[in-house]
Design a protein around this ligand. Structure first.
Ligand SMILES: NC(=O)c1ccc[n+]([C@@H]2O[C@H](COP(=O)([O-])OP(=O)(O)OC[C@H]3O[C@@H](n4cnc5c(N)ncnc54)[C@H](O)[C@@H]3O)[C@@H](O)[C@H]2O)c1
Length: 245
């Protein structure tokens, strides 16, 4: 389904980003995986290549726009187009930075990190591909939200702040900007997903967390031409968790 399409996957060395890299490669896409974790990235790129996938890995810290541009340029040098961008990068700042305690007592750098990685980094990647997608007369951007962006979280305030921004203002703005150029922008907002075992404890009305494949299948549908009338929307896929509010 994705023959001759190039998919740029941000946060592709683990979790749903990695799984989608494998799935897009299996569907014939050219895959560019980027991540800050170079060791995992190299290992996973080698695995996908062994399985016959067309893939490159480029290390990048999404907090640095120059590194983002370098990834885009490397992708174009290798595959000539960028047709689909998926922003998986993100994480809950207390967990990622291994800090805990009253949020008012944490250094402000914790909040800054959360906004930089969860909001600014994904926007940097969107910004970096817009002119290329305009030149190609089309493209698809898929962002990742989180139900925490609707629920809020007292112990990690940057993550829900950033995710709300992505789910609403950022994705809608990109969709409006992109529409005249045949560029679609959508957001997928999961509830708990079993990329880590501890997510199993987060409740849903279905009584379980999602398998990563359930989210990736939906993202692949949205990225495909089957979804060509879908843009500017946020798609909650949470096993009914938000019904519990
Ligand atoms: N797992 C869940 O339950 C869940 C629920 C809702 C939303 N989400 C969202 O889905 C997305 C993917 O989740 P996941 O669990 O697969 O994530 P994950 O933690 O497995 O992957 C995130 C990747 O981002 C990379 N990364 C972190 N900081 C970076 C930086 N500065 N520059 C470049 N790469 C960096 C990490 O190395 C990692 O490989 C995230 O945006 C997450 O917030 C996940």
């Amino acid at each position: 389904m994705f023959e001759n399409k190039t998919v740029l996957i941000v946060g592709g060395a683990s979790g749903m980003g990695l799984l989608s890299g494998k799935c897009f490669a299996n569907e014939g896409a050219n895959v560019v995986l980027t991540d800050i974790n170079e060791e995992a990235l190299n290992e996973k790129v080698a695995e996908i290549k062994t399985d016959g996938g067309k893939v490159i890995g480029v290390k990048c810290d999404v907090r640095d726009y120059n590194q983002v541009i370098a990834v885009r340029d490397k992708a174009l040098e290798e595959f000539k187009t960028i047709d689909i961008l998926i922003n998986f990068v993100g994480g809950y700042e207390p967990r990622m930075l291994n800090v805990s305690g009253d949020y008012a007592d944490l250094p402000i750098e914790v909040f800054d990190w959360g906004i930089d990685v969860n909001l600014k980094g994904p926007f940097y990647f969107c910004h970096s591909v817009l002119n290329q997608m305009k030149k190609q007369k089309g493209g698809v951007i898929v962002n990742l939200g989180s139900v925490t962006g609707i629920e809020g979280a007292a112990d990690g305030m940057a993550y829900p702040t950033a995710k709300s921004g992505i789910m609403c203002g950022m994705t809608k703005s990109l969709a409006k900007y992109g529409a005249p150029h045949n560029i679609r922008a959508v957001c997928v907002t999961p509830g708990p997903v079993l990329t880590r075992p501890d997510m199993a404890s987060m409740g849903t009305i279905l009584g379980r967390a999602a398998e990563p494949q359930e989210i990736v299948d939906f993202i692949m549908y949205l990225a495909s031409d089957k979804a060509k009338f879908i843009t500017g929307t946020n798609h909650i896929i949470d096993g009914g968790r938000l019904c519990m509010l």
